[in-house]
Write a protein that binds this ligand. Sequence first.
Ligand code: 4AD
Ligand code: MG
Length: 432
Amino acid sequence: MQSFISIKEAMKKGHGLVHIRGWCYRARGSNALRFLVIRDSSDIIQCVIEKSLVSEETWSDAQKTDIEASIELSGEIVEDKRAPTGFEIKVKELKLIGESIGWPIQKDQSTELLADMKHLWLRSRYMTSIMKIRSTVFGAIDEYFRRSGFYEYHSPIFQATQAEGGSTLFSVNYFGKPVFLSQTWQLYAEPAIFALEKIYTIAPAFRAEKSKTSRHLTELWMCEMEMAWANFKDIQDHGEALIKYVVKKVLEQNMEELKILNRDIKILEKVRDEPFLRITYTEALEILKSKAGIEIEWGKDLRTIEEDELSKINKHFTIVTEYPKVVKAFYMKEVEGHPEVVNGCDFIAPESYGEIIGGSERESDLEKIKERLVAQGEDPEKYNFYLDTRRYGSVPHGGFGMGVERIISWICHLETIKDAIAFPRTMLRVNP
Ligand code: 4AD
Ligand code: MG
């Protein structure tokens, strides 16, 4: 039995006979010689087949090995500076496993076509690199929270109420009654901190966003945390430490992928190493006015263009705090003595990637929550289960949500969030 090793392992070995298997990444040749670049999940390597040195079967299979055909091969690996990854395999035997006739993706194809072909485009070095970084990000989030003493906890996806505004709710016919797909775990997370105190999750969230921007998905993965006995600063500190940890892990584990993506890593190192900027919403308005000439009326939410302007000015993660109450969710805590603002924060990424984290300290005053629900046109009765958290042993607490595709998009410097996930769901696309 031949034992296969990965292309990366073969290159580490660097000499002698190796057995590898994978897919054909590039193919060219003549009547006597065929060059195949083979890829597997670990890397790519150039392989050369000389007709005069191999059996008829091997030569015939090599001739039939077109782009994305799958093969197994054995050969002598040697260093070769001219080869794409510095090594070449002089093939002794090659077996075609699955042919691939007429691979439909050519060079320089439109983004639309690549999106239609996403199931095949996943095999590209570009998508493979992003998916590897995505895997690191998910692992790093788990590690960060578990090391910090958080329990993993799960909330329902079918929910009877809203938490982040009715306009982005997806309604589902639930045995004849309308229910909604989860926009956030929050209302079902808060009850659990009375048992577990510190909890986190990474779960799908759904937003019926009618926006066709490079930042919006309708189905996204959200990392959320909720913490008992936490004040507003604790929430910001965890958000900052989490992002730093994720970036550190990607820099440790994915330098090759970052290179394939042409990512300038200086900004990643800065985010890992330097404290985030923290400013209030009111200060943000002053900065935008003095440095960018943008005037925003106090009380208006920051829009994409303003967040982007702020990110250009600050060139670092900026935590904006103390937003006007009117632009934020009903559960955010009023600032003492300033009922017009809340202890809510948005983490604005550098390089114009917008809001990555949204979080807050939670309002503890039962009557205030009810008032704000009513002001938003909601029936507080429907939220009774949630309001019980304030009736029985309420404690100061808070949490945040981080859009996982948003942070991947920024880490990889993607043009669109649609490449941060294998099969994106947006207003315009549910296929493939
Ligand atoms: O700011 P949001 O709406 O906050 C919440 O849902 C809170 N309940 C979270 C909490 O405190 N537990 O969403 C959190 C993050 C945003 O900062 C953004 O990164 C991401 O989720 N997000 C989206 N990402 C992609 N596409 C969308 N349509 C998104 N909507 C939100
Ligand atoms: Mg938000």
